[in-house]
Design a protein around this ligand. Structure first.
Ligand code: DGJ
Length: 707
């Protein structure tokens, strides 16, 4: 709901209010819902603005920087008009959130250049998340250049810490907390992708509560938080201005990606808001609310070394355990015997697939499994027929040796010819295999950004526009297919991708101890429904550590469950365990995949952590409690549950696990479990486990409301 009084707008969400004064471009209030906006104008004159520019007395990081036709950088955008729109305007060429909504459009004009700046604020009825974006229109007869145009500016009053999710390959989204003070803090990506290093999701926390931000964008992004002497803390998010210089011809417009923000009193509240928003307003299509199949993926089971016989043997074993979907990973096409060759040659390798992709897929389907296929459409090996036929498809700077990462080059997706080629060949792979699931991989970052006729300062964004055109066309063509994104694990885990892919491979690191942190970090901003989580072999291929099969399963239940190993290598006992696990998972899948998910304990600093998923009516819940270290004569351990009904009584029992002979069961009130906590002292009963110092201890608790 948006209420208007003069040029003051009160944007209401179920639990928050954002009050803006359009004519002076000020934020008057953002936070807990106001009964009404009376008195907000008292805040007019404070230094909180809706946008900022070079050329005035504001020396804080600015949301807009334009290079005018005369070479100057100064602008003085002044209020022109405001408008209330039913729904939310499309953002040309870019994915964005959707759903029943209302939008406030504000227009500001820079008189000398006639440039018009539009700001959009969209509210939905069922979420506290507000979508914000900007548009610039060149109203003069000469070309101008955009050097920076943030999607969102939010000015707050007070002192804040910033919580970001940083890492690298196999260690994505590790939580970092820093005090901003009177300094400038920023994170960004220059890799052409949202990156393993700096996820665009961020929380800004102060005495007044938690403000969470994310960007619906897959390319280079930048988030800036700056505190200044006036007591203002400015938050900016948008396309990175690194190497960015976008030419705007007379009459042309440029739309920023959409940013989203919410306010909540605490981190858990902000996470819950973001989870619900992503699940309802970002993820789309047939699989949006559909239970996701339990899959087996052959990558860590075989790597490139497989043939038809091996694949069918894994599929048979998988079928016995209750797996529903077989995913054939890298190595099934062209001359792809290792990672030095074949990328781009999306025709069948008959030696490895037997009678070809369709024949292998049919055989797998005949076993009673669905078939899924791996592709990496944006890449090319120089040792490939594609490169030999079309060397110009590869992205490289003429006269320079290209940087090779994982022995491959990127395709020049900024070129429409290349876009059309990718759509054609990848559509053919999906159609001829009849795949019901596609894993869309991306295994290097952009370097050598260059395309003939494309201005350098525009390249990164043009690549992403090309990428969106491709995924949008392919996902529309195959509306029944479940798409899982992947970028060397979780290197492009962002809301732009979730507008096309219903889930994403969270990380290449499948070690339970590492995964706990990666999934916990991720869960701050994204729901469990979008996180691919697999049980893999031990010793773990990334860390060399070993954890019981039950521990690996418990952790993988924090996302969408899969297995990624050679199931023919299981002992009969392990086959039984996995069969029991999958049966349990299917029985509780709706709750595990679509319940309200909470983080428990402290995965980044404490000994006790885990996660908990609660049904919408709060009558059932599942918690996985983890202890990272066995400490002799250590503290008495307990964990505070979350999301339960305070005044209900729950029967609690542990899932029977191979590594715990006893099954615990007790009855406790919801408020006791949440406020007093639940003791977990008996987690060390697995006495052999504490001899292995790198082992993670986990137990799964089931809650049923009985009163
Ligand atoms: C990286 C992915 O993250 C892995 O799961 C696997 O698909 C490999 N690429 C295949 O090359």
């Amino acid at each position: 709901m948006i209420r208007k009084k003069g040029q003051t707008f009160h944007l209401e969400t179920p639990h928050t209010s954002l009050v803006l004064k359009a004519d002076t471009a000020e934020v008057l209030y953002y936070g807990k819902k106001l009964s009404n906006a009376a008195g907000c104008e008292l805040w007019s004159g404070s230094p909180r603005k809706l946008f900022s520019q070079y050329g005035g007395a504001d020396y804080t990081e600015a949301s807009i920087l334009l290079e005018n036709a005369d070479g100057g950088f100064s602008t003085a955008f002044a209020f022109s008009k405001s408008k209330l729109l039913a729904g939310k305007p499309e953002i040309a060429g870019l994915p964005s959130s959707y759903g029943e909504s209302k939008t406030l459009e504000l227009k500001y004009v820079d008189a000398p250049t006639k440039a018009a700046l539009y700001l959009y604020y969209t509210v939905f009825d069922d979420t506290d998340v507000i979508a914000v974006s900007a548009k610039l229109v060149n109203g003069q007869k000469r070309e101008m250049h955009i050097r920076r145009l943030a999607s969102l500016q939010l000015d707050l009053m007070g002192a804040y810490s910033v919580v970001t999710f940083e890492g690298t390959w196999a260690r994505e989204r590790q939580k970092q907390v820093r005090t901003v003070g009177k300094s400038v803090f920023y994170i960004d990506s220059k890799k052409g992708i949202s990156s393993h290093e700096h996820n665009p999701f961020m929380m800004v926390e102060g005495e007044d509560g938690v403000y969470a931000f994310n960007l619906v964008y897959t390319g280079n992004h930048k988030e800036i938080v700056e505190g200044c002497e006036s007591g203002r803390t400015r938050v900016l998010t948008g396309i990175n201005d690194f190497m960015f210089r976008w030419a705007l011809a007379p009459g042309e417009e440029f739309c920023t990606p959409e940013a989203v923000m919410c306010y909540a009193p605490d981190e858990d509240g902000a996470s819950s808001e973001m989870h619900a928003f992503v699940a309802e307003h970002i993820v789309r299509g047939k699989w949006k609310k559909r239970e996701r199949p339990v899959l087996v993926n052959n990558w860590e089971g075989t790597y490139f070394d497989f043939n038809e016989e091996k694949i069918l043997a894994i599929a048979r074993a998988a079928k016995e355990t209750g797996v529903e979907l077989f995913v054939l990973d890298d190595g099934w096409f062209g001359n792809r015997c290792d990672d030095r060759r074949g990328l781009g040659d999306w025709y069948d390798n008959v030696e490895k697939t037997g009678g070809g992709l369709k024949s292998l897929a049919d055989k797998i389907r005949a076993l009673g499994l669905d078939f899924g296929i791996w592709v990496e459409p944006e890449m090319i090996n120089e040792d490939s027929d594609l490169f030999r036929a079309h060397p110009g498809f590869a992205m490289r700077v003429p006269g320079r040796e290209p940087t090779r990462m994982r022995n491959q080059l990127c395709l020049n997706l900024a070129d429409e010819k290349v876009q059309n080629y990718v759509v054609r060949v990848i559509s053919d792979v999906i159609a001829r295999s009849g795949a019901s699931y596609v894993k869309w991989d991306y295994n290097r970052s952009l370097t050598d950004c260059y395309g003939k006729g494309i201005a350098q300062g525009e390249y990164f964004h043009r690549y992403i526009l090309g990428y969106y055109r491709i995924v949008s066309r392919i996902t529309k063509k195959f509306p029944n297919v479940l798409f899982e994104g992947c970028a060397g694990g979780g290197g492009r885990f962002d809301l732009g991708n979730f507008c096309f892919f219903q889930q994403y491979w969270t990380s290449d690191d499948t070690d339970a101890r590492m995964r706990l942190k990666i999934q916990d970090g991720t869960l701050h901003g994204y729901p469990q429904t979008v996180m691919g989580a697999h049980v893999s072999a031990c010793p773990n291929h990334q860390t060399g550590d070993s954890n019981p099969l039950e521990t690996r399963f418990n952790i993988a239940c924090g996302g969408v469950l899969g297995y990624e190993l050679d199931m023919t290598k299981f002992s009969p006992e392990e086959m039984e365990t996995v069969t029991r696990q999958i049966a349990f998972y299917k029985e509780n899948r709706k709750l595990l995949q679509f319940g309200d998910s909470y983080r428990l304990g402290d995965a980044f600093g404490g000994n006790v952590a885990g996660f908990m998923t609660v049904s919408k009516d709060k009558s059932a819940a599942i918690a996985v409690v983890t202890v990272s270290e066995y400490v002799i004569a250590g503290e008495y351990l307990s964990v505070r549950c979350k999301g339960l009904l305070p005044n209900a009584v729950y029967e609690v029992s542990t899932r029977p696990q191979d590594n715990y002979k006893d099954v615990l069961s007790f009855t406790a009130a919801g408020d006791l479990l949440m406020n007093g906590g639940m003791p977990v002292a008996d987690i060390f009963e697995d006495t052999q486990a504490w001899q292995n110092s790198r082992r993670l201890y986990t137990r799964m608790y089931l809650f049923k409301k009985c009163k």
